[in-house]
Each structure stands twice: as structure tokens, then as C-alpha cells.
Design a protein around this ligand. Structure first.
Ligand SMILES: Cc1ncc(COP(=O)(O)O)c(C=O)c1O
Length: 380
């Protein structure tokens, strides 16, 4: 017997964290006191009211059947109302498709829009899933540079001169992971203009907008964006609900319909109590984000002190839940291994986000101030 997997598997490897965290778990099982500062999985609890809503509604007899493919209408309404409050943008006319997080949206959008041979513009430093999914569907990643010395701004000269005749999708993500760079409206407007002038689907992956970021922006804050843009968003980071798998794609009816066509053939609507609890989260007032950011701000300060101790260089105005810093020896991967060996602390090496990140490391702030202080003390 020789049952061969599909050829497409040769185009990408197992997700870095899937393999690396398995290795870390083995080290922990051997008794090593490893602190994992690798991944952005919020350690804090969701709001008590959200958990209460899940518990309560799970008791109900009408909670357990298949749910509408497009989600409960009340969830779509809650998402639109959340956009009005949180981003000051009116999206009543937009379609909302609930998803199992932004990550799922990357796959569904790619399946819905890409043919083999199409090209996809991807930031040269960014979330690795844009590349792997592009390859899974047989399309070709084309990387556009982000300029390290200009706070990772896109290289517009490169973009303006590029032959985009085969480009179908442009991925952007602000606040940017892993660098923590924020966008302003002018930058998003330039991306929208670029996509409109070249007939490209602009996909804005927006899961970090409420973490250490005073001015959250949606792509729909830009006038005319609905002609070309889909936005992915989720409750994973904003509401400490990464494991719940609640997200959505938003856009004009015309752009979302093909994504629904894919999604409705792949799975069914999400568990009703999860949707009802998600509504509870979306209805929380500002004090939720104030409390969340108060924690992240304190953590970030300890993260900066850790980087100072390690002689790493970093920008002190990063948004999001990481500290992105340049390793002193210019080799992030070797530095991460050295830190793991010497201090039993794991951080993510920058190369996994693209070649441009090779000399960097990324520390996750999804750990308590006390734990981060412990890491600091181990290192000092
Ligand atoms: C840039 C970016 N996009 C999307 C995701 C996926 O998030 P989720 O699927 O939980 O919404 C992540 C997760 O780390 C991310 O960093």
C-alpha cells in the first residue's frame, strides 16, 4: 500500500506553532519549567456575563439543532451595532458572515476568489497563513516589502510599479502583526485606492484593533471601500475568546456571497449558545476595553524591560499583544533557542513571519505581570 497525500502538501509545511508547541510540551513533561511567551492566546477570562450567557442558553431545549448558515440575525445586528460604537462606522448595508475566527475567513475567502495561477499580494512580514492558504488553493504569493526603517510602512514604489494583471487579492492587517504598527485613515485610503484602480479584492484582517490602540479603524472607515474590500474580524483577542472560535467576514452582499457559497458547503452555523454569548460580549461597554488595556499596558512595560535586559531593540509605540524586537546578534532563531536553553523561556522567532523578520523575536503579552516579572528575574 502506498497512499500518497495530495501534491499540494508539498507546497507548505505544518504550521510552525503546531510542531514547536508539541516540542515545548515534551520539554515540560520532562520537568522543564518552561514559560511559553510564543503564541498570542489571551490568558485572561472572558467577561463573566459572557460565560453566564453560554451556560444559561446551553440549558435551553432549542439550542442544540443546526443553526442558520449566516448566523443568528441578532448576531449580525450586534456586530453592526458594535461597528457603529467601536469604529464609528455605519455598516447597516453590509453583509456579515459569522466564521470560526479570522483564520477560517482567510481560507474561505481564498477558496471563493482564487483560481490556480492567480497571484496574491502579501506583506513580506505578516501572518504566515496568508501564504500557506494561497499555496493550498494553487495560487501564487507575491510579497510586497514593508520598510523596516520606516516603521514597516509599505513600499509604495514597489507596489505602484508592479504588474498587477494577475493579482486577485491583496492582504493587509492593521494593527500589524507582528510589528505592532498602526494604520491611519490615510494609509487605509491609499490601499483602497490602489485596489480600486487595479480591480483587486482588498482583504483587511483586523483582529487586533482594540489591543493597545486608542484609535481603532475598520477598512469601512474609508469611503468607497465596500466596492473592493472584505474585512475579517474576531472576538479572539478583543474579548479573550480565542478558543471559542467566533469571528466574521463583512462586506457588500455581492462580495460576501461567494464566501457564503464556500462556507455553507463546508460546515453549518455555529452552536447557538456561542452566538448568544458572543452577542453579550459585543454589547459590553467601553470599560471592558479599558480594563483589558490596563493589563496589556502594564505587561508591555515589563516586556520592554525584558527586551532591554536582552539588549534587543524595539519601538515603544507598538499596538497589539506582542513586543517585536531585534535580536542583538541579528539572528532571531538562534537567539530564541539560546533563551529557551538558558532561561526556559520560549518566544517566537521572527523568521516565521517572513524573511524580513529573520533578525527579530516576538514576545507574547498573554501572560500575567507576575509571570513576566518572573521571566525578567530569571534573566537578570
Ligand atoms: C494577523 C492575524 N490574523 C488572524 C489571526 C487568527 O485569529 P482568529 O482566527 O482567532 O480570529 C491571527 C491569530 O493569531 C493573527 O495574528
Amino acid at each position: 500500500m502506498n497512499i500518497k497525500p495530495a501534491d499540494r502538501l508539498a507546497q507548505f509545511s505544518e504550521y510552525y506553532f503546531s510542531a514547536k508547541l508539541r516540542a515545548i510540551r515534551e520539554l515540560i513533561a520532562q520537568g522543564r519549567p518552561i514559560v511559553n511567551l510564543g503564541i498570542g492566546s489571551p490568558d485572561q477570562m472572558p467577561h463573566a456575563g459572557v460565560i453566564g450567557a453560554l451556560q444559561e442558553t446551553a440549558q435551553s431545549g432549542d439550542s442544540h439543532g443546526y443553526q442558520p448558515y449566516q448566523g443568528l440575525p441578532a448576531l449580525g445586528d450586534a456586530i453592526r451595532e458594535f461597528y457603529a460604537r467601536a469604529y464609528q462606522v455605519h455598516v447597516e448595508d453590509k453583509a456579515v458572515l459569522p466564521l470560526l475566527g479570522s483564520k477560517e475567513g482567510i481560507m474561505h475567502t481564498s477558496l471563493a476568489y482564487l483560481n490556480p495561477g492567480d497571484q496574491v499580494l502579501i506583506p513580506a512580514l505578516g501572518y504566515p497563513t496568508y501564504t500557506s492558504v494561497t499555496r493550498i488553493v494553487g495560487a501564487e504569493p507575491v510579497y510586497f516589502p514593508l520598510m523596516e526603517t520606516s516603521d514597516w510602512a509599505p513600499d509604495w514604489e514597489f507596489l505602484e510599479q508592479l504588474d498587477c494583471s494577475k493579482v486577485k487579492i491583496l492582504w493587509i492587517n492593521y494593527p500589524h502583526m507582528p510589528s505592532g504598527t498602526r494604520a491611519d485613515k490615510a494609509l487605509l485610503t491609499r490601499y483602497v485606492d490602489f485596489a480600486r484602480s487595479r480591480n483587486i479584492l482588498l482583504c483587511h484582517d483586523n483582529p487586533y484593533s482594540f489591543i493597545l490602540n486608542d484609535s481603532p479603524l475598520s477598512i469601512f472607515n474609508v469611503e468607497g471601500a465596500e466596492e473592493v474590500a472584505i474585512e475579517l474580524n474576531s472576538l479572539s483577542k478583543s474579548f479573550n475568546m480565542a478558543g471559542w472560535r467566533v469571528g466574521w467576514a463583512m462586506g457588500s452582499e455581492k462580495l460576501i456571497q461567494p464566501v457564503l457559497q464556500i462556507k455553507s458547503n463546508m460546515d453549518s452555523g455555529m452552536f447557538k449558545p456561542v452566538q448568544l454569548a458572543a452577542i453579550e460580549a459585543l454589547n459590553l461597554d467601553r470599560s471592558w476595553f479599558d480594563g483589558l488595556n490596563d493589563q496589556y499596558r502594564k505587561r508591555q512595560l515589563v516586556g520592554f524591560r525584558i527586551m532591554d535586559l536582552l539588549n534587543c531593540q524595539y519601538s515603544d509605540h507598538q499596538a497589539g499583544m506582542f513586543v517585536w524586537a531585534k535580536a542583538p546578534n541579528g539572528d532571531g532563531e538562534a537567539f530564541v533557542e539560546e533563551i529557551l536553553d538558558r532561561y526556559d523561556v520560549f518566544m517566537a522567532p521572527g523568521f516565521i513571519f517572513g524573511e524580513a523578520g529573520r533578525s527579530y523575536i516576538r514576545l507574547s503579552l498573554c501572560a500575567s505581570v507576575e509571570l513576566l516579572e518572573e521571566v525578567y528575574n530569571r534573566m537578570s
